[in-house]
Design a protein around this ligand. Structure first.
Ligand SMILES: [Zn+2]
Ligand SMILES: [Zn+2]
Length: 146
């Protein structure tokens, strides 16, 4: 867990006021990377029951806009949020249960994958999602449940 003062420092560096909803969202997403909006709302309300859904949406929007938080949305999944930003890491997602984990960028810098044909575009990012079965789902399907 980061110190409260570290999270406050992140907000101040991004020129955002330190507010209770912002602190609660940062704390929740730090403790639970790749968490979806509804789970964040539940976690925030465990800390501070007075925070509305709309306040959490507003905070997520502000933190993503300020570059403090990254929003990912794998195909067929709801949006998920994390505090690991700016390192061009990728994700591995379980097809069965949606479990998500970080995978370091294959070459260490964006765009990571070089397009065979760039169509004249100046490409600065390639978003890679690795799909498969997580260890839990792999072992349960191995028992013949699928
Ligand atoms: Zn799974
Ligand atoms: Zn991640």
């Amino acid at each position: 867990m980061p110190e409260t003062s570290d999270l406050e420092g992140m907000l101040r560096e991004a020129s955002l006021y330190v507010t209770r909803p912002r602190m609660a969202v940062l704390t929740a997403v730090h403790a639970h990377p790749h968490t979806d909006t509804n789970s964040i709302i539940e976690l925030v309300r465990e800390q501070d029951g007075g925070v509305s859904r709309q306040a959490v949406y507003d905070v997520l929007h502000a933190l993503c806009g300020a570059g403090l938080m990254r929003r990912i949305q794998p195909r067929g999944s709801v949006a998920r949020y994390e505090l690991r930003v700016g390192d061009n890491h990728h994700h591995v997602v379980c097809r069965s249960c949606g479990a998500t984990a970080d995978v370091d960028c294959a070459v260490g810098a964006a765009p990571c994958l070089t397009a065979v044909h760039d169509h004249g575009f100046e490409i600065d990012e390639a978003e890679v999602v690795y799909w498969g079965l997580c260890p839990d789902c792999k072992s349960s399907s191995g028992k013949g449940s699928l």
